[in-house]
Write a protein that binds this ligand. Structure first.
Ligand SMILES: *[C@@H]1O[C@H](CO)[C@@H](O)[C@H](O)[C@H]1NC(C)=O
Length: 242
């Protein structure tokens, strides 16, 4: 009985993990399954071996008010190029990454069925993003919601004011976590740790290994919890049999 149960568990978790470590979320522009994309544009090029974004999405990710989300980065004056490149990279990561499985959650939104929650970002990526943007202005803490969309692109809502970046986001952590409603989790892990996801990388995608690490530790915890739950049931069952 134990043998059947444990092999069933192992089988189902094995099949699940394959999907979870190489998959695309069900969102507005993602492909159904990840795969090679030879023509990914500029900052999205690191994902070309295996991507959830199309070439079109990768090009659009570099445009202001692109057809992807009509999103206006320049809602409080034009963002400097050194700041904007981080938002482009963030868009590439979100649209192209096939290794976000452990952090994908269902969500009830008109424009997507799934989102990411608490993806652990490498400290360097969060810090350089904030450093390069800290002289900009914005009127909102959470850029996911609360805009005035009446003109078709997002404008600062009535009653809000453009404030210094550092007043809205006093720290890199506050920016990385709050800007996209906790899609990202701030960590103090460095890029070499294998414990955090990298927005910026060259060469083979380092994030698959990181996703596997977090997926496996979550699974170990799950099977531990399941065993703890089932063991007393089996014990009492065997007692009854005798
Ligand atoms: C991407 O596709 C959209 C919709 O089909 C189109 O409007 C847009 O021009 C395309 N962009 C590029 C860069 O090809």
């Amino acid at each position: 009985m134990w043998l059947v149960l444990t092999s069933l568990l192992a089988l189902s978790s094995g099949a699940l993990s394959l999907d979870k470590l190489n998959m695309c979320m069900d969102a507005k522009h993602h492909k159904v399954d990840p795969g090679p994309e030879g023509q990914l544009y500029y900052q999205c090029a690191p994902w070309r071996e295996n991507a959830c974004c199309t070439a079109n999405t990768s090009t659009e990710a570099h445009n202001d008010n692109s057809y992807l989300y009509n999103f206006n980065w320049n809602h409080c004056g034009t963002l400097s190029p050194q700041c904007k490149r981080h938002f482009i990279q963030d868009t590439c990561f979100y649209e192209c990454s096939p290794h976000l499985g452990p952090w994908i959650q269902p969500v009830e939104q008109s424009w997507r069925k799934e989102r990411i929650l608490d993806v652990p970002l490498c400290q360097e990526d969060c810090h350089s993003w904030w450093e390069d943007c800290k002289h900009e202005y914005t009127c909102k803490t959470n850029w996911h919601k609360g805009w005035d969309w009446s003109s078709g692109i997002n404008k600062c809502p009535a009653g809000s004011k453009c404030r210094k970046w550092t007043q809205v986001y006093p720290t890199p952590k506050s920016m990385c976590e709050q800007i996209w409603s906790n899609s990202y989790l701030y960590t103090t892990h460095s890029k070499t740790s294998g414990r955090c996801m990298q927005l910026w990388f060259d060469g083979p995608n380092p994030n698959r290994k990181v996703a596997a690490y977090y997926f496996n530790s979550a699974q170990q915890y799950q099977s531990f919890a399941l065993t703890a739950l089932l063991l007393p049931a089996f014990a009492s069952f065997s007692v009854m049999m005798y």
